[in-house]
Design a protein around this ligand. Structure first.
Ligand SMILES: Cc1cc2nc3c(=O)[nH]c(=O)nc-3n(C[C@H](O)[C@H](O)[C@H](O)COP(=O)(O)OP(=O)(O)OC[C@H]3O[C@@H](n4cnc5c(N)ncnc54)[C@H](O)[C@@H]3O)c2cc1C
Length: 450
């Protein structure tokens, strides 16, 4: 400790909670700043990278490869430790971390889904996107899904890329998924499904949809899939015309949808139907989903549409969950903050910061989290010399984890799992195959450690 009571840089420690893009960009910025001697990264999953591993679609390996960049901070072992399979909030509390580290940066993202608030939403066969995505990417906490034997039609609610990902994964030829990172039992369920029709439902029109162009073009090029767009849905009002005239993104989406609506059907085995200007008002069924009612959102327009459907996935946005020890704004699902400094009743909580989706909500692409994390770390670095002198003691947390018998997955453990996944992928002639269940993850790690 320095004479003035503040700590020297060499003694400062930080904990990052959540090893997704935001946490790992924050780690990189902390290391660049040289303001901290040591940074420990806590992660609930037994693997790093957050939604890059357990969100980005398995058939998008180039996007998933950003993990190589994110790994760079974790590889600096003299200053950084990875502690995977540690759930902050149950294995450890935020307060315990605050007691042990000078600075705590929370970047736990958003785990849940927003709800539609309509009857039938809790029926079997009605899911949130996060459940569906966790399943097909192999998240260890995912509920294992089984499709009904009579599955013919699935309905995906939403007009963003997550909705497109889910519609594409459901509709595409499962044989093409056998060279991806998708766990094989998931590919088997998709391959055995009798699904023929996927309906994508958007509350507004094509000019307002948030789909990005590469994803739209990819959908238009899916083999064995016809795209069905009703020309009436593409009639533009004055506000849409203006959007199309002024915004390239709107123009591209409208043009692509027009081209699809004019395509003669090829008689493919599967179809993706795009419904614009519709919102679900009821999910039908007694013990499981059998249909959905879609009301028009354009006045004086068409009657309510009733679709028979056995699966409904709402992809209308992720939503955060509160973490004990931190304030939480329920409507936005975020932790209140100023420049990343966590705020309770207008007062800054010293030494505690938030970044990523938990700070700003579920928006932007992976790279958006880099700017976000850089901003927050600028606050962290500015504050570091002013933090109250405290005896930094990360080993106290190690002792707690040992007492609580938490099986921490270290960076070396992760490298063992990664090598195993790569070998399995190589043997199948494809990408590394995600090991989805925690018991097997630990067995693989322990077998490799010898
Ligand atoms: C389905 C889906 C597909 C996407 N596809 C793309 C894409 O193709 N391209 C693109 O640019 N962006 C994509 N995104 C957006 C991108 O994934 C996000 O911008 C980014 O992951 C947000 O980063 P984050 O670090 O805030 O959250 P996350 O990535 O969610 O990371 C949070 C981390 O915190 C961990 N955590 C949570 N709770 C705890 C706890 N209590 N204790 C310890 N650890 C905890 C989680 O396990 C996770 O690892 C997609 C998002 C989704 C949902």
């Amino acid at each position: 400790m320095d004479d003035d009571g503040s700590q020297s840089a060499a003694a400062r420690t930080a904990a990052v909670v959540g090893a997704g893009p935001a946490g790992l960009y924050a780690l990189a910025a902390l290391l660049r700043s040289e303001a901290f001697d040591r940074v420990d990264v806590y992660e609930a999953a037994p693997a790093p990278y957050g939604l890059v591993r357990y969100g980005v679609a398995p058939d998008h390996p180039k996007t998933r490869n950003i993990s190589r960049v994110l790994a760079q901070g974790l590889q600096q072992r003299q200053r950084v430790r990875f502690l995977g399979n540690v759930v902050v909030g149950s294995d450890l509390s935020v307060d315990e971390l605050r007691a042990a580290y000078d600075t705590v940066i929370v970047s736990t993202g958003m785990l849940g889904d927003r709800r539609l608030g309509i009857p039938g939403e809790d029926l079997e066969g009605s899911l949130g996107a996060s459940e569906m995505v966790a399943w097909y990417t192999g998240h260890p906490q995912a509920r294992q899904l089984a499709f009904p034997d009579d599955l013919r039609s699935a309905t995906v609610i939403g007009a963003g890329n997550v909705a497109l990902d889910i519609a594409r994964i459901l509709a595409k030829d499962p044989a093409t998924l056998r060279t991806t990172s998708m766990p094989r039992h998931v590919v088997d369920v998709l391959a055995a499904s009798t699904l023929t029709d996927v309906h994508l439902v958007a509350r507004r029109g094509p000019a307002q949809a948030k789909f990005t162009s590469p994803e739209l073009h990819e959908m238009g090029a899916l083999e064995g899939v016809d795209l069905v767009v009703h020309p009436d849905d593409l009639v533009l009002g004055p506000a849409d015309e203006e959007a199309v005239a002024n915004d390239r993104h709107s123009r591209v989406t409208v043009d692509v949808c027009r081209e699809w609506s004019e395509r003669p059907p090829a008689g493919a085995g599967r179809r993706i139907h795009l419904h614009f200007w519709r919102r679900p008002v009821r999910i039908e069924g007694t013990d499981r989903v059998t249909g959905i009612e879609l009301e028009t959102t354009r006045s004086g327009d068409r009657p309510t549409l009733r679709l028979p459907t056995e699966l409904v996935v709402r992809a209308i946005g992720y939503h955060g969950t509160a973490l004990e020890g931190l304030p939480f704004d329920e409507p936005s699902g975020t932790v209140p903050s100023q420049d990343g400094r966590v705020v309770v009743d207008g007062a800054v909580v010293p030494g505690v910061y938030v970044t990523g989706w938990l700070r700003r909500g579920p928006t932007g692409v992976i790279a958006t989290n880099r700017g976000d994390a850089n901003e927050v770390v600028a606050s962290v670095v500015a504050d570091a010399p002013t933090l109250p002198a405290r005896r930094s003691d990360p080993e106290a947390v190690d002792r707690l984890l040992a007492e609580r018998e938490v099986r921490v997955v270290s960076w070396d453990d992760w490298l063992r799992l990664e090598a195993h996944e790569k070998a399995a992928g190589d043997a199948a002639g494809g990408d590394p195959i995600v090991v989805h269940d925690l018991k097997t993850v630990i067995e693989v790690i322990e077998a490799a450690a010898g």
